[in-house]
Design a protein around this ligand. Sequence first.
Ligand SMILES: [Zn+2]
Ligand SMILES: [Zn+2]
Length: 416
Amino acid sequence: MNLQFSRRAFPLAMLVCSVSFFSVGSTVSSTGSSTEAQEISRSAQAASIGQDQVDAIGGYWYVSKSEPKIYYYRDGGQWLDLFSYHCKDSNKDGIPNMEISHDQEHLIIKSQGYPNHPTAIFPNSDNPNEIRVQDFTFRLPLVPRKSDTITRLPRGPIGMSLNGVVFFNPFEMEGLNAVAGYDEVWLDSCCGHPQQSGVYHYHKYPTCVKSPFIDEGKSHSPILGIAFDGFPLYGPYESDGSMAMELKGPEALDACNGHSDPERGYHYHVTPNRFPYILGGYAGVVEPSNNREFRRPAERAATGTIEDNTKPGDKYAKIITAVRPGNLVRGQTHEIQIDFDPSAARRPIREGVPSWVQIGPYEAESIERRGDTIVAKVAIPKDAAIGVWLDCHIEFGTQLRPVVIKKNDVLRVTVD
Ligand SMILES: [Zn+2]
Ligand SMILES: [Zn+2]
């Protein structure tokens, strides 16, 4: 099955040249297979293996005795193969997205840090950077330890999503809230964007990252990633219909966005629409090799959680004024109407049909324009995550720097 990489493949030249100028030519047409590719069967990842087929390597981690080695995470009594799906070579450069190994104390992950889901075209009118393949090595403690003090989140990577793409703290370089403030900070509808050195990163719940189980919102969410102190990060749900961020009392999330339960131990949750979105700080002892900021004396000593700096008036300009319908049904194709106000755009929006519309991970199959309304047909796969608000992004033009407009939290998939 083709990966959902229908749209932006890097020109090969970019990967072999140390200097690259543009990523023009990333206009590979959609194969139409992306929706199909997004439907990963549960059985592909829900492993039915026995204790005798794996070796315990520490904490909740296990590795298969047989080759090729498969790493399993024991999550609420289930064996999860977290990484096999993400270890493919989705950018087709001959190097797998991720390679996993371990030593006595760490799971060791080599990652290209490259998104294996559709993205916006970068650079675009709101982001001058391009997405570049990285050469990350992350060492994740197999047995995370709680710390007496909270370690402050550094700039740059703070943890890793299951696809090897990194999480950043909620702030951009200038210290601005990347999620809730300032229309300069434009995340694509997979909640990511590249920074100056081309590192594509998420500042909030990355709705496009496939985790081993479908998130039905009916029980504890599946694992999404791992923080650099080794503690796991989960999706938003704690139990049927209730999000971890709504918990009160002793189970409530702490200032780091974490809490404990008997099955999972200490773990973090993403908090949709609520600062700090991913982590508020590290509750555990961080592995210093994962981010060079940990090795700076001043940064190493930095403790405490982070605070939201969004001020009234810092919100996105309202270029997209309405999106209908607000609820989507799994397994159906929807005609989505998106109204926009060209006069509110900072850059002129050209006439004609947009080149691209994406709702969360789902790419439009066809796009029409009726005046200032865009009509996009979007198929929602049967395994879409339930209940989480998805962002919408629209691009005009496929040439260098398309004009992009964006609205957060516009649509969600409800029960079938
Ligand atoms: Zn950013
Ligand atoms: Zn939990």
